[in-house]
Design a binder for this molecule. Structure first.
Ligand code: SF4
Length: 378
């Protein structure tokens, strides 16, 4: 099995916190879609005839594409890949793009799952983030998606913003629970370099992230999810039983994937590669494939595989397995066992049958613990 990720690098406006690759000029949209169709043909051997279990349109804002543009990509995917009949085919969408007519048109394509970037239900919070949609659009989009026939739905929410009180965060979660959305991704606001938010914080126009508030919101989140029957299968991802996202799980379970479009990453089990993160240069690279300007590539060394495994597995419900670490190299197994003792003693990590998982208090320190378990070459 394998996955396909397609990056659509266009947005209506720039959210203040976002550091993904996108352009707010739609000038190259049709050209980029045509180039993605060509890239499918150019790179279809990358996954070596593996059956495709997941196709994911991310971005950017894939819901900005026309139905004809989406269909042209699907036709080419079907020409070159064997897509499993039960494949999960997800489109990331923003609430302001989701009229009933648009949703019905999406439903007539192979798309069978929507991941909606709601982020918040309060107007002040949405304006702080510079989201393109209103609180009203956030409120109605899940119901509209269901009316159009989408039952596989995922919602993104953001917590820890200066404009979100604890009570409002609880209310955002209650809104999603009332709608019984099967999959929810919740991210803590972070100030990424080279974003508008980083500039506002630097110039005093926005407060820095309040770590205590973020921690409180995370604790509220964990309690509320558990109370409503959601499984935290990764630190930021929650699902009702049976609704884990194949796309997300593929990343954490080392399943190979092909990334198409500007800035998209690919993984074949031994190496990673990443496409050029510039729309004009991407178009040029696709038009002249003989110049090899499309992507950079890195062959993973044993130490990279160990560090990546620690970073991803520890955050998941499947945990980090000693046997897998030892398969990479026995020296990492000995190193891991030595380092992990400290976290076991503090009950930040729990062990069961040589599988290691973060405890609830450990989840609050996930990044720090992973970094301290990393192997650094002398
Ligand atoms: S819509 Fe998504 S990709 Fe576009 S700027 Fe906002 S967060 Fe970033």
């Amino acid at each position: 099995m394998a996955g396909i990720y397609i990056h659509i690098p266009f947005c209506k406006q720039a959210c203040h916190y976002c550091n993904f690759h996108f352009s707010t000029s739609l000038k190259y949209r049709a050209d980029v879609v045509t180039a993605i169709v060509e890239e499918i043909a150019l790179r279809h051997n990358y996954l070596k005839d593996k059956k495709i279990s997941s196709v994911y349109f991310g971005g950017g804002t894939p819901s900005l594409l026309t139905i004809e543009e989406l269909q042209s990509i699907f036709e080419q995917l079907q020409r070159y890949f064997q897509i499993a009949p039960d494949a999960e085919i997800t489109l990331e969408a923003n609430p302001d793009d989701l009229s009933l007519a648009t949703l019905a048109a999406f439903k007539a394509t192979p798309i069978n799952r929507l991941s909606i970037g709601i982020q918040s239900f309060t107007e002040e919070d949405l304006r702080f983030m510079n989201r393109a949609h209103s609180a009203q659009e956030a409120q109605v989009c899940v119901e509209l998606a269901r009316q159009a026939g989408f039952d596989k739905l995922s919602i993104d929410l953001i917590y820890g913003t200066p404009t979100l009180t604890d009570a409002q965060w609880e209310s955002n979660l209650a809104t999603i629970f009332a709608q019984r959305v099967p999959h929810i991704s919740c991210y803590c606001l972070t100030v990424e370099p080279n974003t508008a938010l980083a500039h506002f914080v630097k110039t005093g126009k926005a407060a820095p992230v309040d770590e205590e508030k973020s921690t409180r919101h995370f604790e509220i989140l964990l309690r509320a999810m558990e109370a409503h029957g959601y499984v935290q299968y990764e630190i930021s991802n929650f699902a009702l039983p049976g609704h884990y996202a194949k796309h997300n799980a593929n990343y954490w379970l080392n399943v190979p994937y092909l990334g198409l479009g500007p800035s998209a990453h690919s993984f074949d089990g031994n190496s990673r590669q990443w496409n050029i993160a510039n729309n004009a240069k991407y178009l040029k690279a696709i038009s002249k494939p003989e110049e090899n300007q499309l992507f950079e590539r890195e062959v993973l060394q044993a130490v990279d595989r160990y560090n990546e495994y620690i970073l991803t597995s520890l955050r998941t419900i499947w945990g980090c397995q000693l046997a897998t670490i030892q398969e990479i190299d026995l020296k990492f197994g000995a190193y891991f066992l030595d380092k992990i003792k400290n976290y076991l003693d503090q009950a930040l990590v729990l062990e069961e049958a040589a599988t290691y998982r973060l405890s609830t208090s450990g989840k609050l320190l996930a990044d720090r613990i992973a970094m301290e378990l990393f192997w650094e070459e002398a």
